[in-house]
Structure formats: structure tokens, C-alpha cells
Design a protein around this ligand. Structure first.
Ligand code: UD1
Ligand code: UDP
Length: 382
């Protein structure tokens, strides 16, 4: 039996962890004992607790209760607390997801006391080190023993950084890399039907008979920059002017909610708050967001997860960032990069709406069984 500590903390990691815990529960319960540590990076009910029952995620064995703070304060507090748990639990490996401060803390704490690191969502690069996530993922990849990349681009990035494909031995100095598909796709495949039958948001927001767009915004480069945040909201208002039948649903990340008052110009904020077709709602559960993704006409987002889930749901996407790690959806024409540029956002929506029915969605993210593959390689290697 291998003891694996899984670190979760931010919303997308809680969601991703559902796929791995499900694989352990249904296929590998004799071989893997999963101990779950929640750092507490996200703590609002609708950013954390809401996902556990709905996605059948086991209750965390530990919650570090770290909460919000500057990068240094937040990450340091996590490292200190994680180190104690690692020393007590003596796991065979630590599994970290993605690129948040919780990922970085797990990697640093484990590397110093020689616990092998398993990085799920390895190899992704924006090539923009102004993004905290780029720093987190580079450090985490280069400390890891098993690296699981969701895309062929991620796998190639790892090879370009000197990782070798030879998988005969495995250690922090001689890591193994894999292209295994995306565990987020595992979850969308698994939960899509139940999302359509049991979501509440479509009725609550009276969206049954109206076309709508779905948007999320939370990147610091957008929320903390007044020019960018005002430009994005101006674009959303103009889009509603251009599509008079459409509504726009925007589940607000707490960071964005906190920044809007200060960083969106008052005249735009006033229009946003009084537009009856603009649904500013609290963050929604996973089944609700899946239903929104499935029923909307198009997604406008700076979220990494939503860009892909738009693709899984065969919906075009306007990306509110200067670049993306998910380059294949742009190459295939399903998404456009608009950053926070009002004209680019508005014209991106027009272009994609115009050619929506001609877009194709080839399989790019695996077969929905990435988590099972990851679990089997952990058992084989550690
Ligand atoms: C973090 C990740 C980002 C990921 C995102 C997912 C880092 C560096 N960033 O960004 O990669 O895309 O999570 O959503 O790890 N807040 C609350 N309640 C909460 C959580 C946050 O009010 O439950 C507010 C706090 O004011 C906090 C701010 O949101 O300061 C930012 O939270 P934080 O976790 O630091 O970063 P995110 O922007 O959420
Ligand atoms: N999500 C959710 N409810 C929401 C908004 C997003 O469940 O109101 C889910 C979304 O479906 C995806 C994940 O959260 O699975 C993405 O997280 P987020 O956008 O916070 O972070 P990122 O993916 O950019 O790191």
C-alpha cells in the first residue's frame, strides 16, 4: 500500500482532485491510501465546501486554514505546516495539482525532506514570468519525480527544458515525464449528464429560453488593474448591445467582487449593476458551472479551467489574457486571445459567433481516464 498525500487549496485543485480520489476509490483502494491536505487557500463556502459532497471528494484529513495573504506570507505559512504533516505521515509521495501557491508550497516542503513529488498538470507554460502561476509551475516541475502533462504541448515543453523520455528509473534527479490527458476532462465526462439533470442555476437565473454568454474574471492582471477591468466590463456591455436577445452570466470570483468598486470606472460600474441582462452572481457549484458551459453560446474568460471546459462543451472562447497555456484551442480556431482590449474582445465574440457552427472540436485532452493512468504509474514507480 502506497501512502500518497494530496495537496489541494484553490478551487480548481479541489475540482481536479475529484478525479484522482474517484480513481483511488473505484480502482486502487487496495494499493493507494490517499491522505488529503487542504491548505485553506480558498475558504468561502462557494469556493471550497460546495464541491466536496457534489463531486464525491473525501473530507480532507487536514485543513491548514492558511487563508489569504501576500504570496510570501501565504506560501511560507503553507510550507511550515505542510512540513510538519509530511514528517508525521511519512508518505511515499506527495501529489500536487496545477500552479497555485498551494502547489508551490507542497513542492518546496516535500523536496527539502526528500518526499517524491507527483505533479499533475506538468509542462504548461505561458512564457510570462510576470504571472505568479508561471513561477510556481516551473519550480514545481523542476522539483518533481513524476510529471504528468495533460497535452502534447506540455510534454514537448518539458523535453525542451531537458527532461528525458527514458522511463526506466525514477527519482527527483531522474524524473519520469508522461503525456496522459487532462483530469479536468475526466471530470467533465463523468459529471456532464448529472449536471444537466440536477443543476439549479438555469432555473434560478431564468435561462431556459434565452441565449446567453458565460464569463469569468479573476486574474490579478485584470482585477488589480483599473484600466483593464474597466475595459473588460465596457466590452461586456457592448457585447450585450450587439446581441440584444442575449444575456450574460458572470459568476464573480471573490477577488473580482472585492476589486470592482475600486477598479471599474463609476459610469461603467453603474451600467453593469443596472443591466437586467447581465447576471452578476456568486460563484456557483461545479454542476451549475458545467450546465452553464453546456447551455451557453460562448465563453469569455481569463480562467485556465474554463477555457478548456468551453472546449470540452464544444463552445468557442474569448480569452481575456495576453497568452494561454492551452495553445491548441487557439491553433484549432476555437478560441481567440483578446487580453483586456475592449475592441479585441468585442470583435473576438463577433468572429467566433459568426463561424460557430463551422468549428470542429477534435479530441485533444485524452480519453477521460487520465486519473486512472496517473494512479497506476504512481503504484508502479514509487
Ligand atoms: C488563485 C491562484 C490562481 C487560480 C485561482 C483559482 C495563486 C497564486 N493563484 O488565485 O492560479 O487561478 O486561485 O480561483 O495561487 N478570496 C476570498 N475568499 C476565498 C478565496 C479568496 O475572499 O475563499 C479573496 C481574498 O481577498 C484573496 C483574493 O480573493 O486575497 C485572492 O485569493 P488567492 O487565493 O490569493 O488568489 P486567487 O486570485 O484566488
Ligand atoms: N468554476 C466553478 N464555479 C464557478 C466558476 C468556476 O465551479 O463559479 C470551476 C470551473 O468549472 C473550473 C474551475 O472552477 O473547473 C476553474 O477554476 P478558476 O477559474 O477559479 O481557476 P483556474 O482554472 O483559472 O486556475
Amino acid at each position: 500500500m502506497k501512502k500518497i498525500i494530496t495537496v489541494i487549496g484553490a478551487r480548481p485543485q479541489i475540482i481536479k482532485s475529484s478525479a484522482f480520489s474517484r480513481a483511488v476509490r473505484t480502482e486502487y483502494s487496495e494499493e493507494i491510501n490517499e491522505v488529503i491536505v487542504h491548505t485553506g487557500q480558498h475558504y468561502d463556502e462557494n469556493m471550497s465546501a460546495v464541491f466536496f459532497d457534489e463531486m464525491q471528494i473525501p473530507k480532507p484529513d487536514y485543513n491548514l486554514g492558511v487563508g489569504s495573504g501576500s504570496h510570501g506570507v501565504q506560501t511560507a505559512s503553507m510550507i511550515e505546516k505542510l512540513e510538519k504533516i509530511l514528517l508525521d505521515e511519512k508518505p511515499d509521495g506527495i501529489l500536487v495539482y496545477g500552479d497555485t501557491n498551494s502547489t508551490l508550497a507542497g513542492a518546496i516542503a516535500a523536496s527539502k525532506i526528500h518526499v517524491p513529488i507527483i505533479h499533475v498538470e506538468a509542462g504548461l507554460r505561458s512564457f510570462n514570468k510576470a504571472m505568479p502561476e508561471e513561477v510556481n509551475r516551473i519550480v514545481c516541475d523542476h522539483l518533481s519525480t513524476l510529471l504528468f502533462s495533460p497535452t502534447s504541448t506540455g510534454y514537448e515543453n518539458l523535453k525542451n527544458e531537458g527532461f528525458s523520455e527514458d522511463q526506466n528509473s525514477c527519482s527527483a534527479d531522474n524524473p519520469n515525464i508522461y503525456h496522459c490527458g487532462d483530469i479536468m476532462f475526466d471530470n467533465t465526462s463523468y459529471f456532464s449528464d448529472v449536471a444537466l439533470s440536477s443543476n439549479t442555476v438555469i432555473d434560478d437565473e431564468k435561462l431556459n429560453d434565452v441565449p446567453f454568454f458565460l464569463s469569468t474574471i479573476h486574474r490579478g492582471a485584470n482585477t488589480d488593474n483599473s484600466e483593464n477591468l474597466t475595459s473588460i466590463f465596457s466590452a461586456l456591455l457592448e457585447i450585450l448591445e450587439n446581441y440584444k436577445e442575449h444575456h450574460l452570466v458572470l459568476p464573480l470570483h471573490p477577488r473580482t467582487k472585492k476589486c470592482m468598486e475600486e477598479n471599474v470606472s463609476s459610469s461603467i460600474l453603474d451600467q453593469v449593476e443596472h443591466n437586467s441582462r447581465l447576471h452578476l452572481i456568486n460563484p456557483v457549484s461545479y454542476l451549475n458551472i458545467l450546465a452553464l458551459e453546456n447551455k451557453c453560446d460562448l465563453v469569455i474568460t481569463d480562467s485556465g479551467g474554463l477555457q478548456k471546459e468551453a472546449y470540452f462543451n464544444k463552445k468557442p472562447c474569448v480569452i481575456l489574457r495576453p497568452e494561454t497555456e492551452w495553445v491548441e484551442i487557439v491553433k484549432n480556431g476555437n478560441a481567440v486571445i483578446a487580453n483586456a482590449d475592449k475592441n479585441a474582445i468585442v470583435s473576438g465574440v463577433k468572429d467566433l459567433m459568426g463561424k460557430k457552427d463551422a468549428l470542429t472540436y477534435p479530441s485533444l485532452y485524452g480519453d477521460g481516464k487520465a486519473a486512472s493512468f496517473i494512479a497506476s504509474e504512481i503504484i508502479r514507480n514509487l
